[in-house]
Design a protein around this ligand. Structure first.
Ligand code: ATP
Ligand code: ZN
Length: 283
């Protein structure tokens, strides 16, 4: 039985549970309890505060965990970073009052910076040869300059709207973060093999999300051009249409290249283009 720690509630909870569900893992009940067991996969789920997850994984109370890279690096526990999950994206940034002038890092020299990320901030300042006073507080960091507690802050930002409403502007990025699947370094052989199965599923879900299935009709004299645009997993599927000289082509296309590819396909006389989402994709 593999034990996974996920956030009990907060910004990573929904996406963590959704990921498990998309991996075909069904949980008995929600996060009302401390732990629950999946009934169709050898997985026990612990619901914890995100700050505690690195320690639990390090101690082996949980074998693996889903946690923001910001928290993982701040806690500095020696655990394995296994997979970048692509959700919970945010930045750890330094912000200063919008009204003030800021011309670069040297403006922070000798200043007071409030943060809940003292370790990451200290590393960043040291790397940049800045000595500033770090004032560690556990929450509501963004109000610190307004109440005269600090000259600047270092905190998590995603859209920047919280900073804006508190009269601050983002001036330096300390870390770009996302949710990470992390693991204890000494897993049993049994748990290693369960983790491998879980990773195969996570990969299938992630790859599927990044790709779309595409079907189209094209005149045969354009097929070579179209194959170059749609290499697919191995090569595209081609089926003759009942109409002489035409074929149907089926392939996969990366979601980021998708519109670009469609425009080019039109130039190569493709018609009746249908694009559908893919649920799972195993390469
Ligand atoms: P807990 O009660 O578990 O301690 P928390 O309040 O510390 O929760 P959340 O605000 O739920 O934590 O954020 C969890 C993680 O989500 C962060 O550590 C970060 O990795 C990520 N995240 C993504 N976007 C944001 C954001 N805009 N603000 C804060 N965290 C974000
Ligand atoms: Zn927390």
């Amino acid at each position: 039985m593999l034990k996974i720690a996920i956030q009990k509630s907060g910004r990573l909870y929904e996406d963590s549970v959704k990921l498990l569900r998309e991996c075909g893992i069904e949980l008995n009940n929600g996060n009302k309890q401390l732990k629950t067991t999946a009934f169709n996969f050898p997985l026990e789920v612990y619901f914890l505060r995100d700050d505690d997850i690195p320690q639990y994984v390090y101690d082996g109370v949980a074998d693996i965990g889903i946690v923001g890279e910001n928290v993982l690096l701040e806690k500095g526990k020696d655990i394995e970073r296994v997979y970048r999950l692509g959700f919970g994206k945010c930045r750890l940034s330094i912000a200063v009052p919008k009204s003030g002038q800021y011309d670069g890092l040297s403006d922070l020299q000798g200043r007071k910076i409030a943060t809940s990320y003292a370790v990451l901030l200290r590393d960043f300042l040291t790397k940049n040869n800045i000595s500033a006073e770090i004032h560690e507080i556990s929450g509501s960091v963004e109000i610190a300059p307004g109440i005269g507690l600090a000259d600047a802050i270092c905190d998590i930002v995603s859209s920047g709207s919280t900073l804006f409403t508190n009269g601050l502007k983002e001036v330096e990025i300390v870390l770009e973060s996302e949710a990470i699947l992390a693991a204890n370094k000494k897993l049993s052989e049994e748990n290693k093999s369960i983790l491998k199965k879980l990773l195969l599923r996570i990969n299938a879900v992630k790859t599927a999300r990044n790709n779309k299935y595409i079907m189209l009709n094209a005149p045969n004299h354009q097929l070579q051009n179209i194959f170059k645009l749609l290499p697919g997993m191995k090569s595209p599927t081609v089926v003759n249409l009942a109409e002489e000289g035409w074929s149907s082509v089926q392939s996969v296309v990366n979601k980021n290249e998708f519109w670009d590819v469609i425009e080019k396909l039109k130039k190569f006389e493709a018609e009746g283009i249908i694009v559908v989402p893919i649920e799972k994709m195993v390469m």
